[in-house]
Design a protein around this ligand. Sequence first.
Ligand SMILES: Nc1c(N[C@@H]2O[C@H](COP(=O)(O)O)[C@@H](O)[C@H]2O)[nH]c(=O)[nH]c1=O
Length: 289
Amino acid sequence: MAAATLSRAQAWEHVLRVRRFDWQRGFSYQHGSISITAGGEWHCSDDIEAGASQLLDIMLPLVARATPLVMAQLGQSLDGRIATECGASYYVTGEEGLVHLHALRAVVDAVVVGAGTVAMDDPKLTVRHVTGDHPVRVVLDPRGRVPEQRFIFEDDSAPTLHLVGQAHVARWQACHEQHGHDVSVCGLKVGEDGVDPRAVVDLLSCRGLTCILVEGGGMTISRFLQEGCLDRLHSMVTPMIIGSGRPTLTLPVIECLSQAMRPAARHYTLGDDVLFDLDFTTVAEKGIN
Ligand SMILES: Nc1c(N[C@@H]2O[C@H](COP(=O)(O)O)[C@@H](O)[C@H]2O)[nH]c(=O)[nH]c1=O
């Protein structure tokens, strides 16, 4: 009899199961031919397809854990752009990159986007390219400026949480009610520098949303990174040169490269795209002196 081979689809089912596994109580997950320990190390006693093996390598560190996770995802061109000057961004990354984005959505509790992304892209933020549940959609809108007619407000296939500055709560509650939108509005303290990403993480955590994907835009992700709020960043680089347009990350000016961030990094090929998996909780060991 031919030896069994674990397929990519089967590996994905394991990822979803591992996400639901109680890592507070159990230290290792065992199912059929596969065993997984906290942190994401895995072993399969059957043969395994290359795509399945890569999927486990990429996804298990995100789900085989008992602690909260705040991560971000960027789909960018080779020259570090996420959209053209006027905001066209559908799509920078290829088919496999998009599947990966949806896989990330399927393993988090909440997906966070800034007001600009909602205004410009009118995203759905649902899981469509893989099996799995939709995350809670969170709009970060300190100035309460997002247009009223947006897909995530009108669509009730997933819960939506609209985080606005305290001054805008009553107006937005009335607005969603008037339009019959099933959207929860929550107030945020807005300081001189805008909203503190830590306050967002705390607010979501109080609602049981502890595994968070910050999906865009570049400024929102940059702010989370600058404040030390990101554990991980998945940067999907596609061999396209846009040449001008919206940048991926915008951070304070540094003078020398010793001040640059050097997170531990792994990389994977997904179709024509290269995924850089950056772990900000661990500093890279290698460096050229
Ligand atoms: N354009 C772009 C991304 N952009 C993200 O996808 C959102 C649109 O998602 P949806 O409407 O749910 O399909 C958009 O608002 C932004 O958050 N992501 C990527 O991996 N690659 C891409 O090329």
